[in-house]
Design a binder for this molecule. Structure first.
Ligand code: 4AD
Ligand code: MG
Length: 459
């Protein structure tokens, strides 16, 4: 008999009769003639209740089942007379697949997020983390669906690269030289290295995406990116997933429209397709979550120039840890004040001072600011970072000179401005930050299976 997933069973309107389920025991209660087992197979939040009677040939084994043990149950799916569940299974036979010893760390009680992080290999077996990672999976699908529906092409950009997109100096080196070789030479001789030049893990697929946008029209990348930022915050990890759409013939306003539509569509998808899992977060993790989700869906996002944002921050009367002045890179406390307290909804900040943004952003007519856009959201701060790109060759070259970027290394990027250049725009959305936003989870380490952070590479 083929196993049926509990999710499929619970969605049934009528009993199919005999079924086989396999999963892990969450709890077991014994009465004189019966054991009540709550079985979870990870397919959904809900458990299925199993009634195992003493007429089972291996009833003694069944009684030895502990929390965390694996079982297979064959039996009749019947409407449950008990409260709290629609269906239950009257076991006809039970296969004890494994017995978890008593030191199984996930006994039925509340565990702290910190403790669960230390057993990240087991935490997806809890309600909260099971839900988080089912939502993560569904959201990855929703991203591909959104873009396919809109006629975008999916681009897989290289993870190993010789160029630095963001120019923020936060890259992980990729090398095949052994430490001994380097020590012998006294320095890195990149000529001897695998690629014959300095190479790194990518911080962004944007430069590749631009080349493909100027060929296929609308494209997106969605994959891992790496940053050796030594910041131990609740919003940064060294390896994270970024979604990067890039659109030809699109200006900054179109870029914002796209970002807003994307966020609204993804939130709607989560609410429709992950209802039970999402409800867990609204009930037990953050009671203000349903209101935030409604805001994300229903309200038009604010749009505001950086200069005005600085003025709002200066006049706010708030004591910020990092003082506010024109020209600063906004800190998370500033971003959160704007989205959370001032606008009480997501806000796009646009037209940042050129000095604090990368070389590829389009210069505005004022020559002081660039056509950047960051989307700031309540509780998270920056969710999206993007811009209209500098499509004018002379402007781009001047900017690269100004920033001492080696133009020769970017010959191919400059070619795109030489041959058939056109206005184009795009952005990067941090997938983990998006998941934090829709679940109310406050630490980025808890929305990624095995987080990579400074000093920590367990699992
Ligand atoms: O603002 P960022 O640095 O933008 C870029 O990399 C552009 N090249 C994207 C583009 O235009 N195609 O990063 C984009 C987003 C941020 O807004 C944030 O959500 C997320 O990526 N992000 C991180 N998420 C987790 N951990 C980190 N260390 C992150 N750094 C950025
Ligand atoms: Mg940014």
């Amino acid at each position: 008999m083929e196993r049926t997933k509990i999710k499929a069973l619970l969605e049934l309107g009528t009993s199919p009769g005999q079924v086989l389920v396999k999963g892990w025991v969450r709890t077991k209660r014994d009465s004189k003639d019966f054991s009540f087992l709550e079985i979870n197979d990870g397919s959904c939040l809900a458990n299925i209740q199993v009634i195992a009677g003493n007429d089972l040939a291996n009833y003694e084994d069944v009684q030895r089942l502990t929390t965390g043990s694996a079982v297979g149950i064959t039996g009749e799916l019947v409407e449950s007379p008990g409260k709290g569940q629609k269906w239950e299974i009257q076991a006809g036979s039970a296969e004890v697949i494994s017995i978890a010893p008593e030191d199984y760390p996930l006994q039925k009680k509340r565990h702290s997020d910190e403790f669960l992080r230390s057993i990240a290999h087991l935490r997806p077996r809890t309600n909260k983390y099971g839900a988080a990672f089912r939502i993560r999976s569904e959201m990855a699908y929703a991203i591909h669906k959104f873009y396919r529906d809109k006629g975008f092409r999916y681009l897989t950009s290289p993870l190993i690269t010789g160029s630095d997109c963001e120019g923020a100096g936060e890259m992980f080196r990729v090398t095949s030289l052994s430490p001994a070789q380097v020590a012998e030479d006294g320095k890195m001789d990149f000529g001897k290295d695998f690629f014959g030049q300095e190479s790194n893990l990518t911080v962004s697929g944007q430069l590749s995406a631009e080349m493909f946008a100027l060929s296929l029209g609308d494209v997106y990348t969605f994959g891992p990116t790496f940053r050796a930022e030594n910041s131990n915050t609740s919003r940064h990890v060294a390896e994270f997933w970024m979604l990067e759409p890039e659109m030809a013939f699109c200006d900054l306003a179109g870029n914002m429209d796209h970002g807003e539509e994307l966020v609204k569509t993804l939130v709607g998808h989560a609410m429709e397709h992950c209802e039970a899992d999402m409800n867990l977060f609204g009930k037990f993790v953050d009671k203000s979550l349903p209101a935030l989700l409604k805001t994300l869906m229903d309200e038009e996002f604010a749009r505001l120039p950086y200069t005005d944002a600085i003025e709002i921050l200066e006049k706010s009367g708030k004591k910020f840890e990092f003082p506010v002045a024109y020209g600063i890179d906004l800190q998370s406390e500033h971003e959160r004040f704007l989205a959370e307290e001032y606008f009480k909804k997501p806000v796009f900040l646009i037209n940042y001072p050129r000095e604090i943004k990368p070389f590829y952003m389009r210069m505005n007519d004022d020559e002081k600011t660039v056509a950047a856009m960051d989307l700031l959201v309540p509780r998270i701060g920056e969710l999206i970072g993007g811009s209209q790109r500098e499509e004018r060759l002379d402007r781009l070259e001047a900017r690269m000179d100004e920033m001492n970027l080696p133009k020769d290394d970017y010959w191919w990027y400059l070619d795109s401005r030489r041959y058939g250049t056109a206005p184009h725009s795009g952005f990067g959305l941090g997938f983990e930050r998006f998941l934090m936003m829709i679940t109310g989870i406050t630490n980025i380490r808890d929305v990624i299976p095995f987080p990579r952070t400074p000093g920590s590479i367990d699992f």
